[in-house]
Design a protein around this ligand. Structure first.
Ligand code: AMP
Length: 458
């Protein structure tokens, strides 16, 4: 990176440095460079760093380093607490702990989140637990049951705080903070540091140092952003089918605005021969974990997801992100496209929009400060004339003004009625198959077939 420093400058434990070198990290990313020293000085940090910038290591490395130092008074209670808005992100953080603390077996961790039985989590809490990763809901649950004691927390990390607020976790987070010692260090990471995030963090932090990351990845310069104008759902389906079959699409995430539509689209893509699965909040944790593992292993090529469920997915092979439906919440656009172009790789984000979406397109472009390239694929030209995007500048929306997934689906969900995780059959939108020749909807695919081989295309 531009600072030209190595991790050696940070006085990290040699065993952490060894793990970093094994992971192939030669130099810190911008957010790591700006954060790690300040955390080591004991300061409260408020960082605007998006996913893909290396923000997780920016808090994990100093946190783990602190855990290599002995406590004043020995206790088996957690010393570091990391709160994440979703299970996927919590699991993702846990896997990064495993990577960085590989040679520090004495550091014990627990990861607790909802949607799974309590017993394993309770067991890990009853033993020595130095580092606790949790989602707010399950943590509050265990706090109220008296099963977790946060009185020894030295460092409190809030990851993706903007999303935490968006999901309505203000009260739980305040309750959790109140259960930790006043004399603690607090680190907050958020896509942006504006509006409600600032107000919220002011209550939790002491004279925080603000860190803004301008890195290439924060601006998503490694991600090509395309805009495809479409007439209607039929047009979207045909275009998606065509683009997914292109040679350079290794792994893709397709975002829809509702869970029902995600299931329906999975059915449609499956019928067209794609190995595909859905990822959304109606699925059990086991299904979600299995689906992400299948995506990572390459069994699934196309993941159809809603915003909340896809948060925290760190799969480096994702080459394309499709906004089949544009996100209603502008910040979600940044989180969505950040699923590709991970760790400096190149990626492509493709947004489908109709003339009615022009205001939203403009808001997104104002927010990112980047223009999407309007792309017309021969044979898929929109028949309706494009209206220019409105020129009036609207104020940037505040966090928390919309719930994720609350936008209306751009299509009627059709006759599809039963949401489920994998390979479900579709309801027919408008009663007509939308695929290319050979894409005629076939019989309902068997259940639990997340990783079917594609029957055509790549
Ligand atoms: P994050 O923004 O924390 O989700 O990290 C994005 C990706 O960057 C993850 O796959 C990390 O493993 C990777 N990463 C984090 N720090 C570095 C680094 N200094 N060098 C190379 N890759 C990194």
């Amino acid at each position: 990176m531009e600072q030209n420093v190595s991790f050696d400058k940070f006085n990290l434990h040699p065993k952490l440095l060894k793990a970093l070198s094994e992971a192939g990290y030669t130099e810190p990313t911008e957010v790591q460079f700006k954060t790690i020293m300040k955390v080591a000085e004991g300061l409260d940090i408020r960082a605007s760093a998006q996913t893909g910038t290396g923000k997780t290591a920016a808090f994990l490395l100093p946190a783990l380093n602190q855990l290599t130092k002995p406590q004043e008074k020995h206790s088996k209670l957690p010393r570091v607490l990391i709160l994440a808005p979703t299970r996927e992100l919590a699991i993702q953080i846990e896997s990064q702990v495993d990577k960085y603390a590989k040679y520090l077996p004495n550091i014990k961790k627990a990861c607790i989140y909802g949607g799974v039985p309590y017993h394993k989590q309770l067991r890990s809490l009853s033993r020595q637990c130095d580092l606790l990763i949790a989602t707010p809901g399950r943590l509050i649950d265990l706090l109220l049951q008296g099963k977790v004691n946060l009185s020894r927390i030295e460092m409190f990390v809030l990851d993706e705080a903007d999303r935490m607020l968006d999901m309505g976790f203000v009260e739980p987070v305040n309750q959790i903070a109140a259960a930790t010692p006043k004399k603690r260090q607090t680190l907050l990471f958020s896509a942006t540091l504006e509006g409600t995030v600032t107000q919220f963090s002011n209550q939790l932090m002491r004279d925080p140092v603000d860190i803004v990351v301008h890195g290439k990845q924060a601006k998503h310069e490694n991600i090509k952003q395309n805009l495809h104008y479409v007439d209607d759902i039929e047009h979207k389906n045909r275009l998606l089918d065509h683009l997914l079959a292109e040679d350079n699409v290794d792994n893709a995430i397709v975002f829809t605005s509702t869970k029902r539509h995600a299931d329906k689209l999975v059915g449609e893509l499956y019928d067209k021969g794609f190995s595909t699965a859905a990822l959304h909040g109606d699925m059990s944790q086991r299904q979600r974990t299995r689906t992400i593992a299948q995506l990572r292993s390459g069994k699934i090529k196309v993941l159809v997801a809603t915003d909340v469920a896809a948060r925290g997915i760190d799969v480096q092979s994702i080459t394309h992100v499709f906004n089949f439906d544009l996100p209603r919440n502008i910040e979600d656009y940044v989180h969505r496209i950040g699923r590709t172009g991970r760790a400096g790789a190149k990626g492509t984000a493709l947004s489908f929009a109709s003339n009615r979406d022009n205001v939203l397109v403009k808001k997104i472009q104002d927010f990112t400060g980047q223009k999407m390239d309007v792309v017309v694929v021969p044979g898929f030209e929109p028949s309706k004339k494009q209206r220019p995007a409105p020129s009036r500048q609207k104020p940037r929306p505040q966090f928390g003004n919309r719930k994720p997934g609350s936008g209306k689906p751009r299509s009627k969900p059709g006759s599809f009625s039963k949401p489920a995780g994998f390979g479900k059959s579709r309801g027919k939108p408008g009663g007509k198959p939308s695929g290319k020749p050979g894409g005629k909807p076939s019989a309902r695919p068997p259940r639990k077939q997340a990783g079917q081989q594609r029957r055509r295309g790549k």
